[in-house]
Write a protein that binds this ligand. Structure first.
Ligand code: NAD
Length: 464
C-alpha cells in the first residue's frame, strides 16, 4: 500500500512562535511540564489504534511489536519522568570554595529554549516522542521533524499531538531534505538528530553556524561476539529476536556475528531453528515479520546478497518489499556487507580463533553503537569490555538496555554523540546553571588594586 505523504511544511516562522511562547515563561512551572507528559501518555493510550495502524502501514510492524518497542517504550520514559520530575528539577547544592566564603553555591536547572528533534523512520514513534518527552520534562518547546519515509506515522503525529500537548509550544514540521534544510537555517537551542552519519554531518554543520549544541543518534556496525562457553540455544534465540524484528531495520540490531570457530556450525544450525520457530517455514506468510521500508533500501539490501555465501533465506519479493531472514558467510572484509551498516535482515556470520583477532577486527573499524557479548567466561567478557569502545554494551542479550531508563542511550565516535533516556534525556535538554551567592559580610581586600607585595604574599598563601 502506498501511503500519501503529509503536507510538507514551508513555514519556518514556527520557530519564532515557539520562541515567543518559551519567553512567556509558560513552560517553566512543573505543572505545565507534568500536563505535557500526561497529555503524551493519554495520547498513546487513547490513540493506540491509529498509531499501530500507521506503523503497520509504514513498516508492516505487527501490533504487538509496535506496542512493545514504540508505545510502551515511550510510556516507560514518561512514567520515569513524571515520577522523577521533582527530584530532577531540584537545584543541587555544591561546596563553596574558601576564597568565595561567606557564600553559597548551587546548580540551577534551566530549560534551553526551542529544541528541534529530527527523527528517522524505523521507530518513528519512539524516536519522535521519547526525546520530546525529555525535552518537555526539562521545560522546553519542541519542533518535531518526523521522517518523510514513514509518512503514515508522520501524519498521525501531526494530527494527534495538538489535541494532547500545548500547541503553542509543540509543533510538527513535515518535510524531506529540502524542507529540513530550510528549517536548519533557523536558530535552535538544541538539535537532536536520529539517522545516518552522512546527514548527521549536514545537521552538525548547520547547527555550528548558530553554535547550537547537537545530540547525534547515529548507527554503525554493531557486532555480536560469541565465545565457546556461551549458552548456545539462548544466544541464538536472543540474536534472532534482535536481528529480525522490524526486518533488521534497527540501529542497534546485531549487524554481524563473530562466533568462535569451534561452535560456528552449531550456532548457525540453532539460528536457523529460531528463525523457523519465530516466523515459520515461510516468513513471508508470517504477520510477525516486517517489510523493508522502500524500494531504495530493498535494492541496496538485495545488492548485498551477491557478496557472500547464503546459508539461509535470501529469497525476496521487490513488489512486496519482502526480504527473508537471511544468514550469510564468507563475506570479504572489503565487501559492502562488512564495511557498511546493513540495516536489514541479512546477518553475516564469521568464525574466529583468537581473542586478539576479534579485538583487532572491531577496533580497526568505527566505534559501534552497540556491542553484544555472549559468554559464560567473565575473563572473556572483561577483556572485551576493556578493549572495545561502543555506545553501549549488552552481555548475554541484545537490545535490552533499551528498557532500562537508568542506562543513557547514545553513540560514541562515528555512532553518535550525546545521549538520552531517563535522567540523561532531561540533562541533554537542560542547562545546569551554576550560581554563586556572596555575602556582604566580609570583603577580602587583598584582591583589589593597588597590588602590593604583602597582598601578593597573602594571595599566594591562600591559593597554594
Ligand atoms: P531518514 O532517511 O529518515 O533520515 C533521518 C532524518 O533526516 C529524517 O527526518 C530526514 O528527513 C532527515 N534528512 C534526510 N536527509 C536530510 C538532509 N539532506 N538534510 C537534513 N535532513 C535530512 O533515516 P535514515 O538516515 O535512513 O535512518 C537510518 C540510520 O539511522 C541508520 O544508520 C540507523 O542506524 C540510524 N538510527 C540511529 C538511531 C539511534 O538512536 N542511534 C535510531 C534509529 C536509526
Amino acid at each position: 500500500m502506498t501511503v500519501p505523504r503529509p503536507e510538507f511544511a514551508t513555514d519556518t516562522g514556527v520557530v519564532a512562535r515557539l520562541r515567543a511562547a518559551f519567553h512567556s515563561g509558560k513552560t517553566r512551572p512543573l505543572a505545565w511540564r507534568r500536563a505535557q507528559l500526561e497529555g503524551l501518555r493519554r495520547m498513546l493510550i487513547e490513540q493506540e489504534k491509529p498509531i499501530l495502524e500507521a506503523l503497520h502501514a509504514d513498516l508492516r510492524k505487527h501490533p504487538t511489536e509496535g506496542w512493545t518497542t514504540e508505545i510502551a517504550s515511550v510510556k516507560d520514559e514518561i512514567r520515569v519522568a513524571l515520577k522523577s520530575l521533582t527530584r530532577w528539577t531540584a537545584p543541587r547544592k555544591v561546596r563553596t570554595a574558601m576564597l568565595a566564603m561567606p557564600g553559597k553555591s548551587w546548580l540551577m536547572p534551566e530549560p534551553l529554549g526551542v529544541v528541534l528533534n529530527i527523527a528517522a523512520w524505523n521507530y518513528p514513534i519512539q524516536e519522535g516522542l521519547t526525546p520530546m518527552a525529555s525535552a518537555l520534562a526539562a521545560g522546553n518547546c519542541v519542533v518535531l521533524k518526523p521522517s518523510e519515509m514513514a509518512p503514515a506515522t508522520a501524519r498521525v503525529l501531526q494530527e494527534l499531538l495538538p489535541a494532547y500537548v500545548d500547541p503553542e509550544c509543540v509543533a510538527v514540521y513535515q518535510g524531506g531534505p529540502a524542507e529540513t534544510g530550510a528549517l536548519l537555517e533557523e536558530r535552535f537551542d538544541h538539535i537532536l538528530y536520529t539517522g545516518n552519519g552522512h546527514v548527521g554531518r549536514i545537521v552538525a554543520t548547520a547547527a555550528a553556524r548558530h553554535l547550537t549544541p547537537v545530540t547525534l543518534e547515529l548507527g554503525g556496525k554493531s557486532p555480536a561476539i560469541i565465545d565457546q562457553s556461551t549458552n548456545l540455544d539462548l544466544t541464538a534465540r536472543r540474536i534472532a529476536w534482535g536481528k529480525w524484528q522490524n526486518a533488521g531495520q534497527i540501529c542497534i540490531s546485531p549487524d554481524y556475528v563473530l562466533v568462535h570457530d569451534s561452535i560456528k556450525d552449531a550456532f548457525i544450525a540453532a539460528l536457523k531453528r529460531e528463525i523457523t520457530a519465530m516466523y515459520g517455514a515461510d516468513p513471508r506468510a508470517s504477520d510477525s515479520y516486517g517489510r523493508i521500508v522502500n524500494t531504495r533500501h530493498f535494492d541496496r539490501l538485495a545488492g548485498y546478497l551477491d557478496e557472500a555465501t547464503i546459508l539461509h533465506g535470501g529469497d525476496s519479493d521487490r513488489d512486496d518489499l519482502y526480504l527473508a531472514p537471511t544468514i550469510v558467510t564468507d563475506a570479504a572484509d572489503t565487501s559492502r556487507l562488512m564495511t557498511e551498516e546493513i540495516f536489514g535482515p541479512i546477518l553475516p556470520v564469521r568464525g574466529w580463533t583468537s581473542r586478539d583477532e576479534v579485538i583487532g577486527h572491531v577496533t580497526s573499524r568505527d566505534k559501534p553503537l552497540a556491542l553484544y557479548l555472549f559468554s559464560n567466561d567473565t575473563g572473556f567478557t572483561d577483556q572485551m569490555l576493556g578493549a572495545i569502545s561502543a555506545g553501549q554494551v549488552c552481555v548475554n542479550d541484545v537490545l535490552m538496555f533499551m528498557v532500562c531508563p537508568n542506562l543513557p542511550f547514545g553513540g560514541v565516535g562515528a555512532s553518535g554523540s550525546g545521549s538520552y533516556s531517563g535522567k540523561a534525556g532531561f540533562d541533554t535538554f537542560t542547562h545546569w546553571k551554576p550560581v554563586l551567592k556572596r555575602s556582604w559580610m566580609f570583603d577580602f581586600a587583598a584582591r583589589y588594586a593597588p597590588f602590593t607585595p604583602k597582598k601578593e604574599r597573602l594571595l599566594r598563601k591562600l591559593r597554594r
